[in-house]
Write a protein of this length. Sequence first.
Length: 156
Amino acid sequence: MKTIEATLVYLFRDNKCLMLHRIKKENDLHEGKWNGLGGKLEDGESPLECAKREVKEESGLHTHFMNFAGHLFFPAFDKEGNNWSVFVFRSEDFSGIQLNECPEGELHWIKNCDLLNLNLWEGDKYFIPLLLSKDIFLGKFTYMNKKLIQHELNTM
């Protein structure tokens, strides 16, 4: 078992959030779920560098400034039993021409008030309100068979 470092990025504009509907990637752990943008850190890459790269790769957008929103820890999260350590960012400062799709799914601007109605991971429903209120948070979410069995979430 190892710890995989990753990022999640939520882009906001006009009271909407850019979300990725994960419906394309083969054997996707997140299949059918709605997520922010992001992915695994590459060797030698900082969380912020990863977040900017992933936003560009997945959406075509270039972020100018990102706020650190929090950190989430998912013990034994994937099918190999790896822990996931996820740095969460938010941004309202970006530009470029947005792609409609990426290799992992479809991109959609979702009204902030509708985010919790999406097919999210259960734990996302706890931290997304903190993301919207711009609180910085630390959380630990334990899943078994894709079901949330325990969580802890604190604001800073």
